[in-house]
Design a binder for this molecule. Structure first.
Ligand SMILES: [Zn+2]
Length: 76
């Protein structure tokens, strides 16, 4: 079965999943919103700003990994 970007998700260490959006700007905003929730203590586990930044980088890395996987499947 082919993987489609529209159904792909990235997973935060807190267990939340964020749907991968085709628009990178929107995707960046979705990640920012999620990381903000950690910083503002709306979610456990609460993170320091430094840890939250690491969360953000991890989520972004997952986005790029997913995109490259999809491209490989579409152009074998
Ligand atoms: Zn999270």
């Amino acid at each position: 079965m082919r993987k489609h970007l529209g159904m792909a998700k990235v997973r935060c260490i807190c267990g939340d999943e964020i749907l991968l959006l085709p628009d990178l700007k929107e995707m960046g905003k979705a990640i920012d919103d999620h990381v903000d929730m950690h910083i503002k203590n709306l979610k456990a586990p609460r993170c320091s700003a430094v840890k939250a930044e690491n969360l953000r980088l991890d989520l972004i890395a997952q986005v790029f990994r997913l995109i490259s996987q999809v491209e490989e499947e579409e152009n074998p």
